[in-house]
Design a binder for this molecule. Structure first.
Ligand SMILES: *Cc1c(COP(=O)(O)O)cnc(C)c1O
Length: 475
């Protein structure tokens, strides 16, 4: 399998060549030359598979330059009940992403039972093992530099802790994460994990990461890498749970399923799009946003208008407070018939802070062919949904999942099961649960006293040089 760039000018690469990289050299994103499609016989065989078998069946199509036995070993090590064991007391950890039927034909797929209680663990755990494997083969080392407002940083740290050849330098806004998120990150004592608390906001931390990454000499010399959401290995690892969810929600491959996906950077739902392109019988991909509704606006009107930080709202589903969806270019490449010249033209405007409008083009009606519909959810919707699910089903859901459920139900139609992806456990967003239900959410036993554990972090100013000096001193 070779990978091209959505902008068409970079050389094609193999899976392991794009594994450690970010953007392609021409600024585009990596995609397979063609999506592998599954025969009816293959789909039938997959129905009986457990999560590890499914993961191997899917990933081996995309990572065909990793020897099969090695890939199998990596998958077997990643997707175990011991890693994904933090679900509700009655969840079956062996299923890795258990499906819970809330009412006939309406399901919640639990993607948040991993080490940091958010769906990012589904791919990040695999990425940690892939990185260690690839670095072990090449004898190289990698220093991952990232910025987080909460979920991505902890997911990356739990995936990379103790991994040979990898160090993580994670910047976060000093004093601005929830107590739970702070404890999750800062209580890690592994010598390859470094938490830097920046005296500023998330955007300041993000700007420092960009400045360091743009210093190509420093980046090369100190082998700086990233684990951000455009990483192809993350996207493709997420394809697997769409298969798992589809088979668990249906009795035969003649049935169709709708998936509702709480969305920010378009990483999760991009994986759903790829599963559908491979031939999985997904009818609709329902994209749910919060008040930051850039993507909902596009799917309704054809206008893609990324917003600046001044126009980005801080909401009670904070992991979706994103106004520039970094994976969206992958879908648009397919929507415009995989013509890189069109993508280059559209993103020439976006990269300059502008917008584009597909409403009067032949591309816009094709959105329906790709199964996409969308909607948005507000704080009041979130609170009402969390309450309703609790009262009706005695089930606590988190704020992001509530957005997905609210929008999913608006698009529900007869003839297909609806699977809502659960992207975090409610204990991560305790304040809003208390606001909705007047009580604290349940918490997995392993996290009972996490806020009381000793914490380790280094406070730095909004100063690129200070961060560079810290990296140099610790590598
Ligand atoms: C990251 C995240 C999302 C958004 O996923 P994207 O892949 O960025 O669209 C939704 N919910 C939670 C809890 C997250 O952490």
């Amino acid at each position: 399998m070779q990978y091209l760039s959505t902008r068409g000018q970079a050389a094609q690469k193999s899976f392991t060549q794009i594994l450690l990289g970010g953007l392609m050299e021409d600024g585009g994103l990596a995609l397979p030359l063609a999506y592998p499609t599954l025969t009816a016989a293959e789909l039938t065989a997959m129905r009986g598979m457990n999560y590890r078998e499914l993961a191997f069946a899917v990933l081996s199509k995309f990572a065909d330059d990793i020897p099969a036995a090695d890939l199998q070993a990596l998958v077997d090590k990643t997707y175990t009940a011991a890693v994904y064991c933090n679900g509700r007391p009655d969840s079956n950890a062996e299923d890795i992403t258990p499906l819970r039927e809330i009412e006939p034909g309406l399901f919640l797929q639990e993607l948040s039972n991993g080490p940091t209680l958010a769906f990012k663990d589904m791919a990040m755990q695999m990425l940690g093992n892939l990185f260690e494997y690839a670095l072990g083969k090449s004898g190289e080392t990698l220093n991952i530099l990232g910025a987080t407002s909460g979920d991505t940083g902890s997911s990356a740290e739990y995936a990379m802790r103790g991994k040979r050849g990898v160090k993580v330098f994670m910047l976060s806004p000093y004093g601005k994460m929830s107590a739970f998120q702070t404890a999750q990150m800062f209580s890690l004592q592994d010598p390859n994990i470094f938490n830097l608390a920046v005296r500023g906001v998330f955007d300041d931390a993000q700007d420092i990461v960009k400045a360091v990454s743009n210093d190509l000499a420093f980046k090369g010399k100190h082998r700086i890498g990233t684990v951000n959401s455009i990483n192809w290995a993350r996207v493709v690892s997420q394809v697997v749970y769409y298969f798992k969810g589809y088979f668990a929600a249906t009795k035969s491959n003649s049935e169709q399923v709708d998936f509702s996906v709480p969305s920010g950077n378009f990483g999760n739902i991009c994986a759903g799009h790829i599963a559908r392109m491979m031939g999985l019988p997904i009818r609709k991909l329902i994209l749910a946003t919060n008040e930051n509704d850039v993507l909902d606006e596009f799917f309704r009107s054809g206008v893609y208008r990324p917003r600046g930080s001044a126009e980005t709202h801080q909401t009670s589903s904070p992991s979706m407070d994103i106004s520039k969806a970094s994976n969206f270019e992958r879908f648009v490449f397919d929507l415009v018939g995989r013509d890189p010249a069109v993508v280059r033209e559209l993103w020439a405007a976006v990269d300059k802070g502008g917008a584009f409008d597909l409403s009067n083009t032949p591309y816009f009606p094709r959105i329906e062919e790709f199964g996409f519909v969308s909607g948005r959810s507000s704080h009041a919707d979130r609170i009402a949904t969390i309450r309703r699910v609790w009262e009706k089903h005695q089930l606590m859901i988190d704020t992001h999942t509530a957005d997905g459920l609210k929008v999913g139900l608006e698009h529900r139609e007869a003839g297909a099961a609806l699977v809502v992806l659960e992207t975090a456990l409610p204990t991560k967003f305790e304040e809003t649960i208390v606001e909705a239900l007047g009580q604290k959410p349940w918490r997995p036993a392993a996290f009972a006293n996490i806020e009381a554990l000793p914490q380790r972090s280094t406070v730095v100013d909004v100063d690129v040089q200070q961060v560079k000096d810290f990296i140099v001193a610790n590598t």
